[in-house]
Design a protein around this ligand. Structure first.
Ligand code: NAD
Length: 209
């Protein structure tokens, strides 16, 4: 991984990709950094700086060819490949994420799920088989899973993460309300919609009624 690229610049690439796809759908072949930035309501200097971390794109005064930049960003983000994922904890959130088509569209296929609930184990939902958590290591190896999505209760998350770090798993997307820490063996992204909501409620306080 290129350590010099700021974390937020990598996250913003996904927004640029989504915007470029919008332009392409409108049959727009070339887009300027200003057009792209205005569409996203961000500063075009920021956009150019973000892209510059990954090379030189487009022609000065002409703009970026949408299709080529889409391909380039997909390659940078690893979205030109397909990835196998597993959901650990097939409850409300785990199920919702498993059935979300958007992940497949970006090359991430949720192939299996794990749970402790006997009522769910050995059943198949929308083509996703739920296995007992006891089979975690065996199935992850058999299905060649690269990404784990943790949606178990807080008390179970750390032990699951420890077990995953001993498997071939390289990345975890963790939704449990506990900050799992990235190591040299495993990449971890902790996600908390509550933090995003708190950001909104913080700003809401300053709005006039
Ligand atoms: P849920 O109770 O509906 O689902 C949890 C599932 O995990 C259940 O099916 C349960 O049987 C299973 N489970 C429990 N222990 C397990 C273990 N050791 N191994 C495997 N499976 C196990 O809960 P939910 O509403 O889907 O929430 C799941 C988790 O996601 C919770 O930790 C919750 O706090 C968190 N969450 C996070 C966000 C966020 O923004 N990050 C949003 C919603 C929920």
């Amino acid at each position: 991984m290129n350590k010099k690229v700021p974390h937020d610049a990598i996250l913003r690439l996904s927004f640029y990709l989504r915007a470029l796809k919008n332009f392409e759908e409108e049959n727009i072949k070339v887009v300027s950094s200003k057009q792209l930035a205005d569409f996203l309501k961000i500063n075009h200097h920021q956009l150019r700086k973000d892209l510059s971390y990954f090379g030189h794109f487009g022609k000065k005064g002409v703009g970026y060819p949408c299709s080529a930049l889409i391909d380039k960003i997909k390659t940078i983000l690893g979205l030109d490949k397909t990835w196998s994922a597993a959901v650990i904890g097939f409850g409300n959130l785990g199920r919702a994420l498993s059935f979300y088509k958007g992940f497949r569209e970006q090359g991430v296929y949720i192939k299996v799920a794990f749970d402790v609930d006997e009522k769910k184990i050995n059943k198949e939902y929308n083509g996703i088989k739920v296995y007992s958590i006891e089979q975690l290591e065996k199935i992850i190896k058999k299905e060649d899973i690269q990404i784990a999505i943790i949606t178990v209760p807080k008390y179970a998350a750390e032990e699951i993460a420890n077990r995953l770090s001993k498997c071939k798993i390289k990345a975890i997307l963790n939704f449990a309300p506990i900050n799992l820490v990235t190591s040299s063996q495993i990449l971890i992204q902790n996600v908390d919609f509550g933090c995003q909501l708190a950001y909104l409620t913080y700003h809401l306080k300053f709005l006039k009624p």
